[in-house]
Design a binder for this molecule. Structure first.
Ligand code: C2E
Ligand code: CA
Ligand code: CA
Ligand code: CA
Length: 277
């Protein structure tokens, strides 16, 4: 067993080098892929439960690799965060989303767009300036944009983060806390941060109908969010039973395959025409 254990970590282990090789391939591939136009954004609609309106869409990054095919952001985002490339990639996402927003507006499509921001990207000293510039450049009002942050932003450099978020919010931009419940943010910080929305992670929504613990958690998050003056969004809603339950629990907005999966812009436009007619 000892020999096998040693062998597992040897550089000559073909399996290991394959993993390393693929990782390097992805890391290098991202940079060239961005310039080669392999990245795109899909948009997933979010519905308000009070009036069943589609008021916003979440931009989700897609990477079509020439050899590997569609690579999931769950795989490449952590690599981009590790190498620092996320700063450039995230900037591209923001530009792309704002460009799309401006294009939709000329077509009379009024939507807010939510963009995922990695904490690494947010903490880059130029972030605020780039955000301001991008809004100006595309002629987009801050209140058309929502940023989705993760709990790690509340975990470190608390004073600095709070100040930064206040400056972002002063632009009219809405702030949402993503994947809520999966990180380890302190409730004390949650209270003092300028956040507008809590997004309940889909892992709590999945078994909502069968697991009383998940029901208790979702209910508590709704009560907590509302008492702190935030809207509460549930992600990963896949069936009508879950939707009904979430409505009973007073969730404000839902997002998930039940409504629509993330779509390329033209397909989203068609989808919107269908639901509005
Ligand atoms: P997220 O921000 O929590 O996004 C929601 C994920 O759930 C998306 O996966 C979406 O396609 C998926 N989803 C939506 N509805 C359903 C549903 O009903 N059922 C199930 N099973 N899944 C659903 P996706 O697009 O693969 O993205 C995964 C994660 O990658 C995102 O999780 C986000 O953390 C990250 N990500 C994606 N795009 C970006 C980006 O532009 N920047 C950054 N920093 N992260 C991104
Ligand atoms: Ca998100
Ligand atoms: Ca999530
Ligand atoms: Ca996430």
């Amino acid at each position: 067993a000892k020999a096998a254990g040693r062998n597992r970590y040897s550089l000559y282990n073909p399996q290991m080098s394959e993993i390393l090789h693929e990782r390097l391939q992805l890391e290098h591939g991202m940079r060239s892929g961005l310039y080669a136009g392999q990245f795109s954004l899909h948009y997933q609609p979010v519905q308000t439960l009070a009036d069943r309106q589609i008021v916003s869409v979440e931009a989700l990054l897609r990477w079509q690799h020439p050899q590997l095919g569609n690579v999931s952001p769950v795989r490449f985002i952590p690599l981009a965060e590790h190498s620092g490339f996320i700063v450039e990639l995230g900037e591209w996402v923001l530009q792309q989303a704002l460009k799309q927003l401006a294009r939709w507006r000329t077509q009379g499509v009024i939507l807010r767009v939510a963009v995922n921001i990695s904490t690494v990207q947010l903490r880059h000293p130029d972030f605020l300036r780039q955000l301001q510039q991008a809004l100006t450049q595309h002629g987009v009002a801050g209140n058309q944009l929502e940023l989705e942050l993760t709990e790690s932003v509340l975990a470190e450099q608390v004073e600095q983060s709070r100040h930064l978020l206040q400056q972002i919010r002063a632009l009219g931009v809405t702030l949402a806390l993503d994947d809520f419940g999966t990180g380890y943010s302190s409730l004390a910080y949650l209270k003092s941060f300028p956040l507008d929305k809590l997004k309940i992670d889909r892992s709590f929504v999945r078994d909502l109908l069968t697991d009383p613990d998940d029901r208790a958690i979702v209910h508590s998050v709704v009560v907590l969010g509302h008492s702190l003056g935030m809207r509460v969004v549930a992600e990963g809603v896949e069936d009508a039973g879950q939707l009904h339950q979430l409505q009973q629990m007073d969730v404000d907005e839902v997002q998930g395959y039940l409504l629509s999966k993330p779509l390329p812009p033209e397909e989203l436009e068609n989808w919107l025409r269908r639901v509005h007619s």
